[in-house]
Design a protein around this ligand. Sequence first.
Ligand code: SF4
Length: 499
Amino acid sequence: MKLSKTNFLICLDCAKNAWLKIHRPEVYKQKALSSFEQNIIDTGNQIDELARGLFPGGVLVESRDDAEYTKKLMENRTPVIYQPVFATERYYAVADIFVFNPEKNVYDLYEVKSSTSTEENGGRKAEDYLIDMAFQKNVLNDLGVEVGTLNLIRLNKEYVRRGELDLKKLFLIENLTDKVNEKLEDVKNKMEGAYELLSNENEPKGHCDCILKGKNSHCTTSWYSNSDLPEYSVHEISRIGTSKKKLAELVDSGIFSIKDVPEDFKLSDNQRRQVDTAQSGKEYIDKKGIVEFLQNWKYPLSFLDYETYPSAVPRYDGYKPYQQITFQFSLHVIDSHESELEHFDFIYTGSGCPDEHFTKALEVHLPKKGSVVVWNQSFEKSRNEEIGQRLLEYHDFMQKVNDRIVDLMIPFYGKTTMYDHPAFKGSASIKYVLPALVPHLSYKNLYIQEGGTASDTWNRIVSGEYSEEDKNVKIQALKDYCHLDTLAMVEIWKVLKSV
Ligand code: SF4
């Protein structure tokens, strides 16, 4: 076995997960990548290729195990090499860009990342980048290859596109040679430990460490390693991962099912309510709170939802890296107590920037007064603010829309919870709330069932990946998905009204 950089980094997070990836790939791959995860991989590849434009004219090592070709290119002093491959008996690394420095007669290494994290703002991620580069440097040291500087290329979150992409401004290059060198010895020890562990044919014994972490920290092979956990385990108690002592106490006492948490076990109000509803099977309803919450809403009621795509590379003027492109809305309107529900929608799949088309359509269809009902207001409000900043002529319109927004998630969220249901499982996501309160409506029969897939589908449509026929099917699927989001809000509102 040769230990790759990727597997080493996974091993640092969890040795068992890395072992399963190498020795039991059928377990590791059983849970398919989500659209969101696939999109992260695709974005990484796209950024890698784009960053090569900083050092044009390089030679690409096409095969990811062609260390011999890399060696030849280096012997010939090829000025720029993309994806050079290095392998020792134990380790294997593919760098992103190697640039020959004729003055020092060595190659400088450039590692490309699609994130905007810096050491100052990136916390753990920035630390991971240093470890990533230290792995590569250790492999190069083992091979006796002298390297010059070790550099990180990442996206500049302050860059605003105006006209053609300016790669020198889009990317930031940091020389991290000293910082990486400080980590070399520690990373070398860890590489040796990981190699010993992962080259062993026997599965690591003992408990899966995530038994002491909340559900959000469990990896994709958790179902295999924690197969004895009950369906609704204590790991799903809201924010239990941030109160490690509580979780450890439960686990040490052999309490794994949420149904077995003792009545006097100390929990936060939210956690206690979740446990109580799970144990009793009964809803928690604060009628007075709901009445007060709804009484300020004004007709006509406009139930509004946006779909967006966070493009790493700014596609249009005025956009920064990862700024959301708002391409679609669905709107259900109820004029008064007695009136019928009306539906309007908009989706932009043209080749330009959707901002103006989107805003004009919203201006046409959104009633001029009344409450605008959304789910998780910070999302729609932020999009409106950003569009208002890019299109100054719509700034006031967007500001006025924001002034009318009310958030239907509030009665289901955190400290403001007025309605809880055992099937919410501590979540305020509409994907949990809807099936519990309105069982006849479901995302399960839709082609697109969650926002990540919607986002990815739109990107593939505008990137021209579908035939004309397929494209129309996908556009309809996007409309059906967004339509259900606002219809779901209408039905949830009706349930609140009825109590
Ligand atoms: S659930 Fe946690 S400890 Fe278990 S294999 Fe996954 S990451 Fe590792």
